[in-house]
Design a protein around this ligand. Structure first.
Ligand SMILES: Cc1cc2nc3c(=O)[nH]c(=O)nc-3n(C[C@H](O)[C@H](O)[C@H](O)COP(=O)(O)OP(=O)(O)OC[C@H]3O[C@@H](n4cnc5c(N)ncnc54)[C@H](O)[C@@H]3O)c2cc1C
Length: 245
């Protein structure tokens, strides 16, 4: 997968600091934007992140180009509603290129050791996976190219593994929320990888603004996953038990 930050609010930390400062000042945001010192920007952004006053950080927005992720991932992604998306359309773009995402568990998976009839070995997971993808790809190509079936109908054959490109725009507050959920070990590997690449990108242009971003346990100091917790951080229930005498 490729994740690239293609655009963002200019001077995002200064915009956020000026927006926050305007709540307490007679000056206009315009004046504050020009007059705040770098130190004042740093202090204000740090305060907002520590106090979790998230509305001023909504003024900084970030646009990513994401390539080569599965439709399974994009289905999970678009559940995040406080964002804007534009996704490569399977109605207009022909999907016969055979580009599919292959989960590591399938690459590394092992066939059962029980032999089939005639002492034949069971197929490896990746063999079954690739055979199936090829059959679907061939059937799709046949419908579109030989039978003139519209792409929008032939696509019903396409699997979740089909690669897609998507443009994502999120503001910094939504990114914080997205990272809390999708950098958590409970999130699936593919969207977790994409979230990690997105965080890497935004840290290059707004290191202070994203200095406290991370999975929920990093951001909040406790885990909200209860029995599903990976155990790296205490759950709220465990913290409550610890505090009871
Ligand atoms: C590990 C994991 C497993 C998941 N498993 C499943 C699953 O099995 N099935 C499934 O369907 N989904 C599943 N999801 C998706 C999940 O339920 C959410 O839809 C997704 O994470 C988006 O979260 P969100 O609604 O908080 O975020 P966003 O849509 O980005 O919203 C951000 C915040 O804005 C507020 N908000 C947004 N819209 C509204 C609204 N209409 N009303 C009130 N407040 C609003 C909420 O505070 C929300 O947290 C899973 C997510 C994760 C991370």
């Amino acid at each position: 997968m490729q994740v690239k930050l293609i655009a963002h609010t200019e001077q995002p930390e200064r915009v956020v600091a000026a927006a926050a400062k305007c709540c307490y000042s007679k000056k206009s945001v315009d004046e504050l934007f020009d007059s705040l010192t770098d130190e004042q920007v740093t202090n204000m952004v740090t305060h907002l992140l520590t106090a979790k006053h998230s509305s001023p950080i909504e003024h900084a927005s970030f646009t990513f180009s994401v390539e080569g992720v599965s439709r399974a991932l994009t289905h999970q992604l678009v559940r995040h509603r406080l964002a804007s998306y534009s996704q490569q359309s399977q109605r207009y773009v022909e999907m016969t290129n055979g580009n599919y995402v292959v989960p590591p568990s399938i690459i590394n998976g092992k066939a059962p050791s029980v032999l089939l009839a005639f002492n034949q070995k069971q197929p490896q997971p990746k063999e079954v996976y690739f055979q199936c993808l090829k059959a679907l790809n061939d059937a799709y190509g046949y419908l579109v190219n030989k039978c003139n079936i519209p792409k929008e109908d032939a696509r019903y054959l396409l699997p979740n593994a089909t690669q897609s490109n998507i443009t994502i725009t999120m503001n910094a507050a939504e990114l914080y929320h997205f990272f809390e959920l999708r950098l958590c070990t409970r999130a699936q590997w593919e969207i977790r990888e994409m979230a990690a690449l997105m965080l890497t990108e935004v840290k290059k242009v707004a290191p202070l603004l994203f200095s406290k971003a991370g999975a929920s346990c990093i951001r909040n100091g406790y885990c909200t996953e209860g029995k599903q917790s990976c155990g790296k951080c205490k759950t709220l229930e465990e913290i409550l038990v610890d505090t009871r005498v």
